[in-house]
Design a protein around this ligand. Structure first.
Ligand code: NAG
Ligand code: NAG
Ligand code: NAG
Ligand code: NAG
Ligand code: NAG
Ligand code: NAG
Ligand code: NAG
Ligand code: NAG
Ligand code: NAG
Ligand code: NAG
Ligand code: NAG
Length: 811
């Protein structure tokens, strides 16, 4: 601007030298001035005597320019001085540009001087900010664009460290363009201050602009970090962080991209580059996008969030259905991931039924359904069912109840019971039904309407509330017959019929057989009578007595057995004639008596020999195991056994003869065992046992047994032992002396004994006998016992049929 005014003054001086009359100035001057600046020009006539009053300024439109008044403000005005008149343009604009003339008349001559004033616009920068950014890694422009009167020429400089500036020329790195400087492959070193200079050749004007250039980096999203996880359980706090590089630091914008129409409700809180869901909801599942942007650019990245839901049972409701209809049990569950679903009936065997159809399908991303169809509902399906849904989050369980409705049902549809006059009878009409039903009783149908039946029907149906039992006492023949119970509910009715049949006591028994006879007892074999119509036989009774008593009294002894017992009568007299008659018994009562049976009891005898118990027999010679205890079965005996005789004899072993001298005898009170601990230990004994009753001795039961060996005390010789030992030594010495005497002179103790004993040897041999004969020798002979039994037997009966006719007795 200074240069420009200098040019202006120079022009004025140059023209001033060319002198025309009156004006020192050239008649035509061109003056270029920047718009907005002021212009001032004096004008005076140099001719002597020229009056200042003849001077005036004419504007481009030919009008005289007025002097500046006190109260007027003109953008062009004049001012008179002593000898000159000056033109003032305080603020030049293009509209008031043009030729301004100073004119005067002097001595009749006209003079004029013209100033062509042209305004021009100054150079200026457009779109040239003082702070600019270039993007690292790519070609970037530093903008600088200037305008002036003519297109300015742009020159670029880079400011160095110590205020030196280096002009930039086109090369590998830079390319000066119309609207700016292109920097290729921007690096961090391209940071700094650049100067853009614009020069206008026409006006010589030159303007600078310092541009602070910063290298920036477009954001790059490295990672989207989700804490704790991209798949989370509903309700957890989830943070999604967008980790991005970029300079200056990017700004972050989050959007939920999985929603077509973005919701106005933001369910998250954003803090710089992260968003947080305080408590994530199912609807928060979806894709989220992070957009990081700065002036250098933007970058986007997406992440998917899955919200896991614990299983919920949406539908599992009670079902009520009629038996035989089709029933569906439905369990619908939801959750994420889709839960597994299980249907569990109370009784698992139901599910194996072939009438059941299972259907199991996943109906949506989160829902699963299980449908169990019972094509033919049964009463067994009734009960509690559980639905169990589980996924990796949790499990849920619910129960429902299947209620099967059905018409009354009788466990037994027909029943027959026995009755007799005086008997109380319960008529049961127990039935199952759902819902509960009512019952109605009928007797002998409805068609037969005797007064009596009407009365019974009234008795059976006393009030409308159902009774399971109708107990009544049969007091008339007419009460036997068919009773019907009809149970009803809204789903139908069922009928049960109960027949009360008249029952009778059993008929006469005709096949009693004799099974066993002894001196004091008789055992019978009784069968029948077969009863097909009526209550079965529960027992038998017999009335019996001695023949003589029938002449004296009509009251006789009796005995009653329940069936399957030994039909035995005891405490009879021996060798006596008895009469027995029998009758069968059932619930109704005792049947008629049979014909009499005659029985003669046997003669009394001695007891049978005792029989060793199995353990004693098998443990022969092994007393250790049974502890020296002898056991036997009490033998059969008409008269009670009053004593046992026990005889025991030590023997070398089983096969040698028994030395009667060594035998001992003892009596034992009636018993079935005896402890023989008092016998010598570790010794074999021969043992005989005889039972005795009023009739005499039984034959003997015999046995070898070896007594148990007791623990020996094996202590060394005691003081007494020593004394005993020395005594033995003394005796031996005497014996030796005696032997010497015997051999030498046939004298001494041994010699005298030897010769006396020799005479008795034959007697000793007589004393050892056959082992079986021991007690017989000392007691009475029993060999005849068996024949005795037979000779006393006066009663005979047919052994093949077992029938007693009472006439075959030999008496
Ligand atoms: C400045 O630059 C912008 C775009 O770069 C352009 O739209 C605008 O017209 C420019 N202004 C001028 C005055 O040239
Ligand atoms: C670029 O320059 C600015 C200021 O001039 C400075 O703050 C910034 O650190 C510089 N950057 C580099 C990469 O030199
Ligand atoms: C989420 O976390 C679970 C265990 O905490 C892990 O098994 C699973 O792989 C994780 N899922 C993802 C997408 O990181
Ligand atoms: C936004 O939230 C309001 C209240 O919380 C609710 O009434 C509205 O339906 C929600 N809008 C959408 C699109 O979810
Ligand atoms: C339901 O399923 C879960 C997981 O399988 C199990 O722990 C639970 O015992 C089940 N409940 C029943 C009643 O079966
Ligand atoms: C389902 O049936 C059971 C047993 O009858 C009953 O306790 C329960 O209240 C019923 N539930 C509903 C929802 O009716
Ligand atoms: C009849 O039923 C009643 C009540 O249940 C019972 O007490 C009685 O013993 C029954 N009588 C008979 C003969 O079954
Ligand atoms: C009686 O019943 C038995 C079996 O119970 C049978 O063997 C026998 O023949 C029947 N007797 C008569 C006469 O019906
Ligand atoms: C059976 O004998 C007993 C006495 O022993 C007597 O009281 C009872 O009446 C007798 N019964 C019959 C049916 O004769
Ligand atoms: C029992 O006596 C026999 C010979 O009679 C003998 O060999 C055996 O050792 C004795 N046993 C005991 C335990 O004393
Ligand atoms: C029975 O035997 C014992 C022992 O042998 C004997 O003492 C008794 O006299 C005998 N009794 C009769 C009646 O023979």
């Amino acid at each position: 601007m200074q240069r420009f005014s200098f040019v202006c003054v120079a022009t004025a001086l140059f023209f001033g030298k060319v002198t025309h009359s009156c004006f020192t100035y050239d008649q035509h001057q061109s003056i270029i001035i920047k718009t907005g600046s002021s212009f001032y020009q004096e004008c005076h006539c140099i001719e002597p005597g020229a009056s200042v009053n003849n001077l005036k300024w004419i504007d481009p439109s030919g009008h005289e320019i007025q002097e500046m008044g006190l109260d007027t403000k003109l953008n062009v005005y004049t001012e008179k001085q002593a000898r000159s008149i000056s033109l003032h343009i305080p603020q030049l604009s293009k509209t008031i540009s043009g030729p301004y003339q100073c004119v005067t008349t002097h001595q009749g001559k006209k003079y004029s001087s013209t100033f062509l004033i042209e305004a021009y616009d100054p150079a200026y920068f457009v779109n040239t900010t003082r702070k600019q950014y270039i993007i690292a890694g790519q070609d970037s422009m530093v903008h600088c664009h200037a305008r002036g009167e003519t297109e300015p020429l742009i020159t670029w400089y880079k400011e160095g460290e110590e205020d030196e500036s280096v002009q930039i020329v086109n090369n590998d790195k830079y390319e000066v363009q119309d609207r700016g400087l292109k920097i290729k492959r921007v690096t961090d070193n391209d940071n700094g201050t650049y100067k853009c200079t614009a020069s206008v050749l026409d006006t010589g004007e030159e303007v600078d602009r310092l541009i602070n250039v910063e290298v920036i980096l477009s954001p790059i999203i490295e990672e989207i970090r989700v804490t704790p996880n991209t798949s989370v359980v509903v309700g957890t706090t989830v943070t999604i962080e967008c980790i991005a590089d970029g300079f200056p630091h990017p700004e972050y914008i989050w959007t939920k991209t999985s929603e077509k129409v973005p919701s106005e409700n933001i369910t998250w809180d954003q803090d710089i580059n992260a968003i947080t869901f305080e408590s994530i909801e199912p609807s928060d599942q979806g894709k989220y996008e992070c957009k990081a942007s700065n002036i250098a650019g933007e970058s986007k990245k997406e992440v998917s969030i899955e919200v896991l839901l614990p299983p919920t049972i949406l539908e599992f409701s009670n079902v009520t259905a009629l038996e035989g209809s089709t029933v569906q049990v439905v369990c619908r569950v939801s959750g994420r991931p889709v839960p597994d679903v299980k249907l569990i009936p109370n009784s698992p065997e139901i599910l194996t039924d072939t009438d059941i159809i299972f259907d199991h399908k996943i109906i949506s991303e989160t829902e699963n359904i299980i449908v169990v169809t019972f094509t033919l509902a049964k009463r067994s399906y009734e009960g509690v069912y559980y639905c169990n849904a589980s996924n990796e989050v949790d499990s849920a369980e619910e129960e429902m109840y299947v209620d099967i409705l059905y018409k009354p049902h009788f466990e037994i549809g027909q029943e027959s019971i026995w009755g007799w006059i005086g008997k109380s009878v319960n008529l049961s009409c127990e039935f199952d039904s759902d819902p509960p039903g009512t019952i109605e009783w009928r007797f002998q149908g409805n068609d037969v309407e005797t007064d009596e039946q009407v009365a019974i029907n009234k008795l059976l149906n006393p009030d409308p509330t159902p009774e399971l039992f109708v107990p009544f006492t049969i007091d008339r023949k007419s009460l036997f017959g068919i009773y019907e119970c009809i149970a009803k509910n809204e789903h139908g009715k069922s009928k049960k019929s109960i027949t009360i049949k008249e029952a009778f006591a059993p008929p006469v028994i005709d096949n009693v057989k004799l099974k066993e006879i002894t001196a004091s007892s008789v055992t019978f074999d009784i069968r029948g009578p077969n009863i097909t119509e009526g209550p079965g036989v529960v027992g038998y009774t017999t009335e019996y007595d001695e023949e003589e008593n029938y002449k004296i009294t009509s009251i006789h002894r009796n005995r009653t057995w329940s069936v399957e017992r030994p039909y035995r009568v005891e405490k009879l007299k021996p060798r006596t004639k008895y009469f027995f008659k029998f009758a069968a018994i059932n619930v109704v009562g005792v049947g008629a008596w049979s014909e009499s049976v005659t029985v003669v009891t046997l003669e009394r005898t001695v007891p049978d020999p005792p029989i060793w118990e199995e353990e004693v027999k098998s443990m022969e010679l092994k007393a250790e195991a049974i502890g020296n205890v002898l056991k036997w079965k009490v033998p059969d005996s008409d008269d009670p056994i009053d004593t046992y005789y026990l005889k025991y004899c030590p023997v070398q072993n089983e096969n040698v003869n028994i030395l009667v001298d060594l035998c001992k005898e003892q009596t034992i009170a009636p018993s079935s065992q005896i402890n023989l601990d008092y016998l010598e230990q570790n010794t074999t004994y021969y043992i005989e046992l005889i039972a005795h009753n009023a009739q005499g001795n039984s034959s003997a039961a015999d046995l070898y047994m070896k007594t148990a060996a007791r623990e020996e005390s094996t202590s060394p010789l005691t003081a007494e032992g020593m004394i005993g030992l020395s005594l033995v030594v003394v005796v031996l010495c005497i014996l030796a002396l005696d032997l010497v005497l015997l051999c030498w002179r046939r004298q001494g103790l041994i010699a005298s004994c030897y010769y006396r004993k020799k005479k008795n040897r034959n007697d000793d041999n007589l004393m050892s006998r056959d082992k079986k004969g021991l007690l017989r020798d000392s007691g009475i002979a029993t060999a005849a016992d068996d024949t005795l039994k037979k000779s006393h037997q006066e009663f005979e009966y047919n052994k093949t049929t077992g029938v007693i006719t009472g006439k075959h007795s030999s008496v």
